[in-house]
Design a protein around this ligand. Sequence first.
Ligand code: CMC
Length: 430
Amino acid sequence: MVKKAQLTYDDKSLDLPLITGSENEQAIDISKLRSSTGLITMDNGFGNTGACSSSITFLDGEKGILRYRGYNIQDLCEHASFMEVSFLLLYGELPSVKQLEQFSHDITKHTMLHESLRKLYDAYPRDAHPMALMSAIACSLSTFYQDSSDPLNPDHIKVTIFRMLAKIPTIAAYAFKKSIGQPMIYPNNSLSYCANFLNMMFSVPAEPYEVDPDIEKALDQLFILHADHEQNCSTSTVRMVGSSHANLFAAISAGICALWGPLHGGANQEVLQMLKHIHEDGNDVKKYIDKAKDKTSNFRLMGFGHRVYKNFDPRAQIIKKTCDRVLSKLNINDPLLDIAHQLEEAALKDPYFIEKKLYPNVDFYSGIIYKAIGFPVEMFTVLFAIGRLPGWIAQWKEMMESKETRIGRPRQIYTGPNERKFLPMHKRQA
Ligand code: CMC
């Protein structure tokens, strides 16, 4: 039997088909609603709106489940590399040894930036936020590959995906080097994806630098945890921009901007600044818990709460363990970690946070790890972006390949003035 929902309004009634996903989640298909009734639906913040069908990522916020292409995030973190996970997200299956070798090779040969692009960095102030640089340079890539960035041409798509994955770590590391006045370090294609990034970030021409394999592993795992999260703000932005058939560079550049906001990926930078502030203010955790609950204050406990997770964020649980591991390996005793533990403990016992189902999210502990590795706070959201890149691209690719895709164009309910007569300047009030 075909399942349907029935909508009744005034004296009319309309049958609306139900769509069922592979994990039995259900949606009411309202695509014919306006043409049949003249009505649209309203859903501020899209909390109840499905914008697409997708076979990439499944998450169940009530049960704290996150899977990429059916594989549990815990298993992927434990057994796979970021390159394997990127392949999985993009092409739907885990790669064989040969496929992974080819994929890594295809990416590696595109790691360098055009020399003119390198010079572009000099046009920006030294204290420019690296997310601004990343977005600008990612979009600028389109000007260097005008003959191969047609989003409808499969050969162009293939090479653009490799270029994007290869060049984003280089773009990010150059932004950091620019901010501290050190020479930019060229990519080293004999290193792994993460080791090459660490090398471009932290090595200097004057002395040898060796990548710590434990740090490389931790970063790889953090990238896996960030790699996709279905239709979040930045991914929806990438899809929206891509739906107009803008090229992939432009769509990713827009996604980077969306991620930058403190309610989204920018929260990892905010968390660390908040922990620092609490520390400098005498470690009074209760004061800040109370402030977060106070409706007259704008303060929120950064790194807490999530639109979808209403139980726990499985990414945060893994990151918390990685955090302990990295800090103990580096022999770091960070007072901010103690504050984070105290905040978590206090919030999890507090009726306000319990009732509103606010738990630590992916951003709560990640910054402490990044800080321990040596990344400055301004780079935290950049790291989120590098991790999220394969997810953005996979979602963009899926959208471009789907026959159902139409340009994204929401409706509105107009609440402005009704038609009025034009008022000449001399008759207008001050
Ligand atoms: N601290 C204090 N109160 C909070 C918090 C918080 N971190 N988050 C939500 N609330 C309250 C909020 O005031 C509201 O209360 P009320 O119902 O009384 O008005 C209620 O909980 C629901 O919040 P909301 O803002 O309507 O929920 P949302 O789903 O629109 O927003 C969120 C989700 C993540 C933007 C929000 O929880 C938040 O601002 N958290 C802090 C920023 C943060 O950590 N963002 C990273 C998200 S995870 C990484 C990513 O995917 O980007």
